[in-house]
Design a protein around this ligand. Structure first.
Ligand code: F6R
Length: 364
């Protein structure tokens, strides 16, 4: 049932504050200011290496997690898409943690990668939205997302719930190997608890985002730029746009622009810049200015402070609440989803069931 919404995708975008809060409730102990995971029969503190494997949007959640695991837990992280991981004969030392991320829990490549990792002595952790799925059954550590059924083929709420679980896992790993003080853990709990309200505020800018959609509709190509944990949001924004609006889009690490893609820039290629104010803001803005100096038309997604500082000369700006960098990926997922959604609606494509795509890819 779509309720008041025109499409399942729109409904699921709007459900995010509630389902992220629901997911966080099972991973945060607010009273104790602690993160908590389900019981497990191995010692998380003994994990020396994490290997993350997933496909599509779930892979992008994994890319964000890599930043968090390395930053908080100081554990080396390897990450790959499942279809590559399986066939490259990865080096897997005994006792490593292999982490699989999947909405459906049935994606054929991810499931085969899980079995490969299991056969090579890895502890299997699974972040999955369907608790009865094959991946859930084969996990040593099952970390459910509580997004509820996701009907739209383009993943939205499952993605932000994956991020919520992965942030809690990062904090747990960090605590288990002695890299996180109680105070730092309390701060993480506090910031994560603020995510649902910040996502609600992000949703309140929907009308402004809809008004920008006509600027993107005529484009043949669109670039998305971001840095650090917001670089995967650029990849995710580009994937959402291409799969539902059929406009060619690419996400790039902002600093990579000058190594090639900047050659594409002209007034016909809109550039979406994801730049929350924070430690990487100035760097991203300087990449944005390189684009503008070559006639590129920029849509800047930032908070009021960032827009005041760098919004001039942009084709459009999308304002987000000011948030801690930890939760920026959860919050900035919302405007990139909404932008893709409104562009697709304006183009009249089948938003919930885009051509050539299946909700669950159970063949290789
Ligand atoms: C993109 C999308 C796909 C899935 C991918 C993995 O919007 O939905 O890229 O993320 O097919 O699916 P799961 O997460 O079910 O393994």
């Amino acid at each position: 049932d779509k309720g008041n919404h025109r499409h399942f995708m729109q409904k699921e975008i709007y459900e995010q504050p509630v389902v992220v809060a629901q997911t966080l409730r099972s991973y945060l102990r607010r009273m104790e200011n602690q993160v908590s995971l389900p019981d497990m029969d191995f010692d998380l503190g003994s994990v020396k290496r994490v290997t993350i494997v997933a496909c599509g949007t779930s892979y992008y959640a994994g890319l964000v997690a890599k930043y968090w695991f390395e930053k908080f837990a100081r554990i080396p992280v390897d990450i790959d898409v499942a279809s590559e991981f399986r066939y490259r004969d990865p080096v897997l030392e005994d006792g490593g943690l292999a982490l699989f991320i999947s909405q459906s829990g049935e994606t054929a490549d991810t499931l085969a990668a899980l079995r490969h990792a299991k056969a090579h002595g890895q502890i299997i952790a699974v972040v999955v939205n369907v608790p009865t799925s094959s991946m859930a059954r084969e996990a040593d550590l099952l970390l459910p997302t509580h997004a509820g059924p996701e009907i739209g083929v383009a993943s939205t709420k499952a993605f932000t719930c994956q991020l919520a679980v992965l942030a809690a896992l990062a904090a747990n790993l960090a605590r288990s190997n002695g890299k996180l003080t109680a105070e730092e853990e309390a701060e993480i709990v506090w910031h994560l608890s603020e995510a649902p309200a910040a996502m609600n505020e992000a949703l309140s800018h929907d009308a402004a985002i809809e008004a920008i959609a006509p600027l993107i509709v005529p484009a043949r190509d669109v670039l998305y730029l971001g840095r650090g944990p917001d670089y995967p949001m650029a990849l995710e924004g580009a994937l959402k746009l291409k799969e539902i609006s059929y406009i060619h889009a690419e996400g790039y690490a902002a600093g990579e622009m000058k190594h090639g893609p900047i050659a594409l820039i002209d007034e016909a290629v809109p550039v979406i810049v994801i730049a929350p104010s924070g430690p990487l803001f100035e760097k991203t803005v300087s990449n944005m200015q390189e684009v503008q100096a070559r006639g590129g038309k920029v849509v800047l997604i930032s908070d009021a402070e960032g827009i005041a500082q760098a919004g001039e000369g942009c084709m459009a700006t999308i304002e987000m609440p000011k948030v801690h960098p930890l939760i920026a990926p959860l919050v900035y997922a919302v405007p990139v989803q909404l932008l893709a959604y409104h562009v697709a609606v304006a183009k009249g494509t089948d938003v919930d069931q885009p051509r050539n795509l299946a909700k669950s890819v159970t063949v290789e």
